[in-house]
Design a binder for this molecule. Structure first.
Ligand code: PLP
Length: 357
């Protein structure tokens, strides 16, 4: 706290990222990073942009990256906005599109950065409760709204809406901005990108951090009508014209050019998720069907906080929130097969200790 802070800083409630501690033999299953790593082509492309060219500013419009993304997703480059991680893309979208006269709607349990941006940009919001099975019910959004943002699959539940359900939501709300945050879509959900053509109010946000294993490079993007993208670009150019450095632009392009690596890594994660889910269910956990690279698990008899702490004592980190409705859950990232074995064996030990058998 400092008397030199501006008023807005005093009133902020900043996002708390999952921790990145230095512990020996640590198994990090708390921030949904990829266990597999990026395509080797990424490192080569970054190396090629890490010499003399660093003297020069990068392309502020990321023209080539936007062309490659447009081709990949079958849209026009004018329909693509790129940013320093999808967090930055979302931040700009909150300022550019979601600050309206009426309140912004998003689920009561969702990405915990959404209320933080509302605080920063002074956006009124109205949390819409998930149903008892922690699902989003699109019909619950038929109410006074200035805009809507949903994560699909939702975080931290991992539960996805179908594209038909998103289309229904868009049919209900033709006149307000709707953002679908598809950070985890590559792990088994249906993307809303095909709906962009018919819905000028739809913005779909993707990240390269999860399914492309590039959390450290910081690349995210949005796809929508060119007029929406213009709005985001106006905010970006009022804040930082060069959000993506040369290595990031080059690395992102290289990742998109290695489709085989991308497909094989996401299939591996999906297969391990199914094995991990079965193992957790055998240990007495309830696990809603996940379309993400994590599961949201709750044990029948033990509290989420107790299990998360016991795992931590064994150098395994998972994410736990002391929040109403989800305090008994843990969000566990899908790791490698060997990491999943270690997780399940450690959980079996911990739970045997509790029940004394
Ligand atoms: C991880 C995540 C993001 C942000 O990803 P970046 O690393 O900033 O690209 C955005 N939304 C959700 C729901 C996420 O889980």
């Amino acid at each position: 706290m400092s008397r030199f802070w501006s008023r807005v800083v005093h009133d902020l409630h900043p996002y708390v990222p999952g921790e990145q501690p230095r512990i020996a033999d640590l198994l990090k299953l708390n921030t949904n990073e990829s266990p597999i790593g990026p395509s080797p082509r990424v490192a080569a492309a970054i190396a090629a942009e890490s010499g003399d060219s660093l003297r020069l500013y990068p392309d502020p419009e990321a023209t080539r990256l936007r062309e490659v993304l447009a081709h990949y997703h079958n849209v026009q480059p004018e329909q693509i906005f790129v940013g320093n991680g999808s967090d930055e893309v979302l931040g700009h979208a909150f300022a550019a599109l979601l600050k309206q006269d009426k309140p912004l709607l998003f689920p009561d349990i969702s990405y915990s950065f959404y209320p933080v941006w509302c605080g920063l940009f002074d956006i009124a919001f109205d949390p819409v409760p998930l149903d008892d099975a922690l699902r989003i019910r699109p019909a619950d959004y038929r109410r006074e709204a200035g805009a809507i943002v949903l994560a699909n699959p939702n975080a931290p539940t991992g539960i996805a809406l179908t594209r038909a359900q998103i289309a229904g939501l868009l049919a209900d709300h033709p006149d307000i901005p709707v953002i679908i945050d598809e950070a985890y879509v590559d792990f088994g959900a249906e993307t809303a990108i095909p709906l962009v053509a018919a819905h000028p109010n739809l913005l779909v946000v993707h990240t390269m951090s999860k399914s492309r294993a590039l959390a450290g490079l910081r690349v995210g993007y949005a796809i929508g009508h060119a007029d929406l993208i213009d709005g985001l670009t106006r905010v970006k150019d009022s804040f930082n014209s060069y959000p993506l450095g040369r290595p990031a632009q080059a690395g992102a392009i290289a990742s998109l050019e290695d489709e085989a690596w991308f497909q094989s890594s996401r299939r591996t994660v999906i297969a391990t998720r199914e094995r991990m889910t079965a193992g957790l269910i055998r240990l007495g956990f309830a696990v809603p069907p996940s379309s993400a690279n994590f599961v949201f698990a709750r044990h029948a008899d033990r509290s989420g906080a107790a299990i998360a702490q016991a795992l931590r004592d064994k150098a395994i980190l998972v994410r736990h929130w002391n929040k109403p409705r989800i305090a008994d859950h843990m969000r566990i990232t899908v790791g490698t097969d060997a990491q999943t074995d270690r997780l399940l064996e450690t959980l079996a030990e911990i739970l045997a200790r509790y029940t004394g058998n």
